[in-house]
Every structure is written in structure tokens, then in C-alpha cells.
Design a protein around this ligand. Structure first.
Ligand SMILES: O=c1ccn([C@@H]2O[C@H](COP(=O)(O)OP(=O)(O)O[C@H]3O[C@H](CO)[C@@H](O)[C@H](O)[C@H]3O)[C@@H](O)[C@H]2O)c(=O)[nH]1
Ligand SMILES: [Mn+2]
Length: 643
């Protein structure tokens, strides 16, 4: 394809979003930025925009450093075709120790990278940019004493103007354009989280480079495959179906998964089976990162006939203006009041009002007649940072499931909004995810009732020896066997599958349940939408525990209380049942066996919880307050059920 189109390849605007210099360290963010700046694609056709919702001078400083280091990194990585293109990841993995000219250059570039990293780290540790550095770029003057994270003017700084013939790398090749954007924030204005920042990016970039294709990634998701832009272009430029394609979504993959994946982050069945299956119904979920969009469809256009991607050669920024002119004219587009009375957030750009702006936006684009693509190549195109503590992972699932359920209950419900526009199979496919919080109810029944009724001596299932037990046994065996076979076929291990079972149980009984309650509160007007950012770093000790596959409980959130309570209930239920079965002659073993098995399975899955409650003493163990609260709740529940 690149031979056929040559200079006529379409331009790409790449959006990277970040929101907090503590949870998302600037050195991580620029690793991603540098990786997308160095794609195997003509540099003049790439413009990279970093949106900083943290409004942080530290992030701007890191980007300023990256704009200088790019002059070395881009020619080096292109010349030797290094992979991945994130210097942060590349230099942490590879060692070259010979005397070739490659080794020489490798050592030089690595040194430059390390010097830059340590400068950034020391500035970040200080928390402010020293005067002598501030003098090096006019952009720093935007940060005066009045700039606060949630209260500041719009900041647009073009750090590299790719149309300037003098903006070249060390080999004399043109550099991609690099822009820093921090949209205006004012107390009292709702900023709509990532959706708001993406919409500001769409507008600002439309004035500067206005590329017909947009790639958006989260700040932790670096480019792993240098050819991914070319691959994605094949879908948009396809002569038969290309004109209808709205976005090409790659799956979320991670670079920090440990053996057997304790938090089940890697979700084999989702990426390899479910999402591919949905694609068969013409449905692809937009999942917020690792997605190439057609600018037209993302901005709100309906599909009509024959949309062609504009692939002119780009000699100037679209208006032929100077950097200063562009900076001042685009700031307005990122102001709080700009969207007032417009269709932004409704019919234009990403949809507002949902903690999963991505899913609802993808759905609404599709309902405007466009066709998305889910593309899952063997070589992962992007890799991000997966949560490394239970708390963070569950908070993420609470946000997702709550957001999904809100879509189901809104006018965007696929069965209503998608009627006649999405195949019925696709509508149902969406609802598998949108209805996540509802799964908490049956799962909670299984996690509570068998244990309590054992204690009370009430049988729940038919006698094992009776014919009516067959359907129960069949469903259990078929479901377990199927899920195991599916996971193994998709590449998981047996232990990995077992970890998935545990995480599914935990997510359903804690995160999904909380999401259900929160949604109800929102419907009653008692609570407001939030977006709790996923932390991308943990301290070193916690990192060691993660590597060993130890689960990090160590948080006193309500999620942990629910988790520990259920674990204790089942332990007591099982203990009581087993001791009765051993000693009591009046205990009907065949009648109570299924209940004992359910409790037994739950206890098996909860083994790490008991370890954290009773034995571990590190910081990742269960906090005493949680143990106390959950023991009290479990005892009360037991007392009530026995009396
Ligand atoms: O007010 C905000 C909040 C978040 N972000 C950015 O949004 C991205 C995703 O946030 P993160 O905390 O990493 O959330 P995850 O749960 O990992 O994100 C998944 O789920 C989100 C929806 O809930 C999607 O937006 C993401 O693309 C998808 O990766 C990050 O780059 C953030 O910097 C903003 O720009 N502004
Ligand atoms: Mn993330």
C-alpha cells in the first residue's frame, strides 16, 4: 500500500491524553509521545498533540525535553528499525555490547535518553521547573502564580512546527509537528473528563493540521508496532469498503503482565473471541485507546455516500499561518465557554455524560451509518500499563460497569438507539457489557445464600442421587468446561484461568454491585458522575509483590469489606458443614453436598483472601479495619440466619 500511495499517504493527527503528573509520571507520558512520533510513516504527515488535563508545568517541561530528544531518537529508531519505538521501554529491555557502528550510536542515544530522564525526574521530584530552564522556552511563561490544576486559561504551545523547513532531526529529515494543549479549566465549569479533552483536541488540531485520520492513545499506551499506521490505512483506503469505515480499533494489550496474570488483566477470551465475534455482526467497540478514527465520523458527520480520505501532500499547516498566530487562534477553541450552546458532546465529537465516553461514542457513530473495524493482529500495535493492585483494578471496573449500565438505561440503549442500524446480534453483543452490574445480583446470591442456609440447615438443591439434580450438574460442568476450554484455546494457562475465575467472582460481587448502587443513587439524583484515574505507578515493594503474584489488598475501601465478608461467610459455612458431615448422624450428606461444593469452590477461590486476613503482614495484606468490619458483618449475618 505504501508503494501505491507514496507521497499521497493521508496525514495523521495523533492525540495523547494525560491528566495528572503524579498518577501518570511525565517520563511515562513522553515515552508514549516519542513512540508515536517515530512511526514508520512520513514525518511531515504526523502531528502529535498532547492534551494535559493536569495543566502541569512538569508535563510541559517533559514534553519540551522530548521535543529535543526526538531529533536523535527518530533517525536512530528509523535507521535501525528498533522496536518498540518507546525509548523508555526499548532501553530497559535491550543490551547491545559490541563494537559495531550500531552499538556506538546505541550507546550515545541511550546516554542522551538517560540524561534527559534524570533531568525530568529531578524536576518532577522538586515539583517545579527551575528559572534557567524556564528561560529556554516562552511556553513556561503561561504558568504564573495563578495557574491551578482546576483553574487556568487555555494553553497551546507548538513545540515543533513540522512545516518549518528548519525543524529537522540530526540527519536533516523533517520532524513531526508536536503540540502541547491544556484546555481551560474554571471552577464551576464541568469539564467532562477525557471526552472534553478529546473534543478540545479535535477542534484545536483541525485548525493546525486537520489530518483526515486521527489516532488516539492513553498516555501509557506506547506504539509497539512501527508499521501500525500503514496497517490501519489499509482499512480506510480500501477501495470497496474503505469509504464507510469510521474507526479501526485495536485491543488493549499490556506490557506489565506477570505470569498467570493475578488480576486477569489480559482477558484472552475478550480480545480473541468475544470482540472478534462481535465484529462478525458488524460491531466493534470503541475502547478509548489504540483507535484510528476518520476525522469526519468522529466529529459528528453522518455517513452518506462515498467518503474519500483526503490524501494530498501537506506543504503547509492548513491555514499557512505562523506558530504564534496558530497558538493564539486555537486557544479560544479550548475555552470552557466555547461549547456552550453547541452540539459538542451531543452530536459532535465524543459524547458527554458517561464515565465510558468511548463505548457510547462508538455506538453513536455506528448508529450514524458508519462501519467500524476490530483489528487484532498477532503483533500487538499498542501496549499499556495494567493495574497492579486489586483496589485500582476494582475501581476501574466500577467506573466501567457503572458507565456501561448508564448507557443501557439512557436513550443510547442499543436496543432502542441501534434499532435498524445495528444487527440484532450486535445489539445483544453490546448488552453483554452494558449489563455487567446486573450480574452482581445472581453472583451475590451464590456467594451468600449457600453458606447461610448450610448454617441454618436448609437444603437448597435437589438430592445428589435424585434425577432432578442432573440439570444442575450439567449446567455447572458444561459452563466450567466451556470456559476452561475457551481460555486455554485463547492462550491462557490453567492457573491463569483459575485467576480469571477469582477475579470474575470478585469483580461481580464488589465492583459491579457498587456500580449498581451508584447508578441507582444517580437516578435518584443523590450522586454525581466522576472519573477516578487509574494509577500507572506503585511503590517498589508493591511492585515486587506484584511480580511474585501476590494480590495487593492493602486498601480500606468498601470493596475490600464486601470481599472479606463474603470470604469469611463461606469459610464458616464450609467449616460448619464439613464438621457436621463428619460427626453428626442426623446430617443428610447427599442433600447438602451441592451446597458444600459451592462453598468449597468459593473458599478455594478466596484462599488468597484468607492469607491476607490471617497470615500476611506486609503492606499488601488486609488492613485491620477491614478485617474488623467484615468479621462483625459476617457474625451478624450468621446470628440472624441461625436464630
Ligand atoms: O479528566 C480526565 C480523565 C482521564 N483522562 C485520560 O484518559 C485516559 C484514560 O484514563 P485511565 O485512568 O487510564 O483509565 P482506564 O480505566 O485505564 O481507561 C480505559 O477506560 C476509559 C473509560 O472509562 C477510556 O477513556 C480509556 O481510553 C480506557 O483505556 C488517560 O490517558 C487519562 O489521562 C483525561 O484526559 N482527562
Ligand atoms: Mn489506562
Amino acid at each position: 500500500m505504501s508503494c501505491r500511495y507514496k507521497e499521497k499517504l493521508p496525514a495523521v493527527d495523533i492525540f495523547v491524553c494525560t491528566a495528572d503528573p503524579t498518577l501518570e509520571p511525565p517520563s511515562l507520558v513522553i515515552g508514549t509521545v516519542l513512540s508515536v512520533m517515530s512511526y514508520n510513516y512520513p514525518s511531515q504527515k504526523i502531528s502529535v498533540y498532547l492534551s494535559d488535563d493536569g495543566g502541569s508545568e512538569l508535563t510541559f517541561y517533559a514534553l519540551f525535553e522530548a521535543s529535543k530528544f526526538a531529533r536523535y531518537w527518530i533517525p536512530f529508531s528509523n535507521k535501525y528499525n528498533v522496536e518498540p519505538r518507546s525509548p523508555r521501554v526499548y532501553f530497559s529491555h535491550n543490551i547491545v555490547a559490541d563494537s559495531s557502528s550500531f552499538a556506538q550510536e546505541w550507546t550515545n542515544v541511550k546516554q542522551l535518553y538517560e540524561d534527559m530522564s534524570s533531568r525530568i525526574d529531578s524536576v518532577v521530584a522538586k515539583g517545579r521547573v527551575p528559572e534557567f530552564i524556564r528561560d529556554q522556552h516562552k511556553g513556561f511563561s503561561e504558568w504564573n502564580s495563578e495557574v491551578k490544576k482546576h483553574d487556568h486559561q487555555s494553553i497551546v504551545q507548538i513545540l515543533i512546527d513540522g512545516w518549518n523547513p528548519e525543524a529537522t532531526d540530526t540527519e536533516g529529515n523533517r520532524l513531526p509537528t508536536l503540540v502541547y494543549l491544556s484546555r481551560e479549566k474554571r471552577l464551576g465549569w464541568h469539564h467532562n473528563f477525557k471526552a472534553g479533552s478529546m473534543n478540545a483536541l479535535i477542534r484545536v488540531s483541525s485548525e493546525i493540521s486537520n489530518a483526515p485520520v486521527i489516532l488516539n492513545v492513553d498516555c501509557d499506551m506506547y506504539a509497539n508496532d512501527p508499521d501500525a499506521i500503514k496497517d490501519a490505512m489499509c482499512f480506510f483506503l480500501d477501495e470497496k469498503h474503505g469509504s464507510q469505515t469510521c474507526y479501526v480499533q485495536y485491543p488493549q494489550q499490556y506490557n506489565n503482565i506477570v505470569k498467570n496474570d493475578v488480576y486477569a488483566n489480559q482477558n484472552f477470551t475478550l480480545t480473541d473471541i468475544e470482540l472478534s465475534g462481535l465484529d462478525g455482526f458488524g460491531v466493534a467497540l470503541y475502547i478509548g485507546t489504540g483507535c484510528f478514527h476518520r476525522r469526519e465520523s468522529l466529529s459528528g458527520k453522518k455517513f452518506s455516500t462515498d467518503h474519500k480520505i483526503d490524501s494530498r501532500n501537506v506543504e503547509h499547516n492548513i491555514k499557512g499561518r505562523t506558530v504564534e498566530e496558530l497558538e493564539s487562534s486555537t486557544k479560544v477553541l479550548a475555552n470552557c465557554s466555547y461549547e456552550k450552546g453547541t452540539l459538542w458532546g451531543k452530536e459532535m465529537g465524543l459524547v458527554y455524560g458517561f464515565p465510558v465516553e468511548d463505548i457510547v461514542t462508538g455506538l453513536s457513530i455506528q448508529c450514524r451509518g458508519w462501519k467500524p473495524v476490530y483489528y487484532n493482529p498477532t503483533k500487538h500495535a499498542f501496549k499499556g500499563v495494567a493495574p497492579t493492585s486489586l483496589d485500582v483494578s476494582l475501581i476501574q471496573f466500577t467506573r466501567w460497569s457503572e458507565g456501561m449500565f448508564q448507557i443501557f438505561l439512557s436513550k443510547y440503549c442499543p436496543f432502542i438507539h441501534g434499532r435498524g442500524k445495528i444487527q440484532f446480534g450486535g445489539q445483544m453483543g453490546y448488552c453483554i457489557y452494558l449489563l455487567w452490574p446486573m450480574l452482581s445480583l445472581p453472583t451475590l446470591c451464590y456467594a451468600v445464600v449457600p453458606a447461610l442456609s448450610l448454617l441454618r440447615g436448609v437444603p437448597l438443591f435437589p438430592k445428589v442421587s435424585s434425577f432432578s439434580f442432573v440439570p444442575f450438574a450439567f449446567v455447572f460442568a458444561a459452563k466450567t468446561g466451556y470456559s476452561l476450554a475457551e481460555d486455554i484455546a485463547a492462550g491462557n494457562t490453567l492457573k491463569g484461568w483459575w485467576n480469571v475465575q477469582r477475579m470474575v467472582l470478585i469483580r461481580r460481587t464488589t465492583a459491579f454491585f457498587l456500580a449498581l448502587i451508584e447508578t441507582a443513587m444517580k437516578l435518584l439524583g443523590l450522586s454525581q458522575s466522576t472519573f477516578v484515574l487509574t494509577a500507572k505507578v506503585v511503590d517498589e515493594e508493591a511492585q515486587e509483590r506484584y511480580k511474585k503474584g501476590l494480590i495487593e489488598f492493602g486498601s480500606s475501601s468498601i470493596l475490600m469489606v464486601i470481599l472479606a465478608t463474603l470470604a469469611l461467610l463461606n469459610l464458616l459455612g464450609l467449616g460448619w458443614g464439613v464438621s457436621n458431615a463428619l460427626v453428626s448422624s442426623s446430617f443428610d450428606r447427599l442433600t447438602f453436598l451441592p451446597q458444600l461444593l459451592v462453598c468449597g469452590a468459593l473458599v478455594g477461590m478466596n484462599l488468597p483472601v484468607y492469607d491476607a486476613v490471617f497470615f500476611r503482614s506486609d503492606k499488601g495484606s488486609m488492613p485491620l479495619s477491614v478485617t474488623f468490619k467484615s468479621s462483625v458483618i459476617a457474625s451478624v449475618a450468621i446470628l440472624i440466619s441461625i436464630c
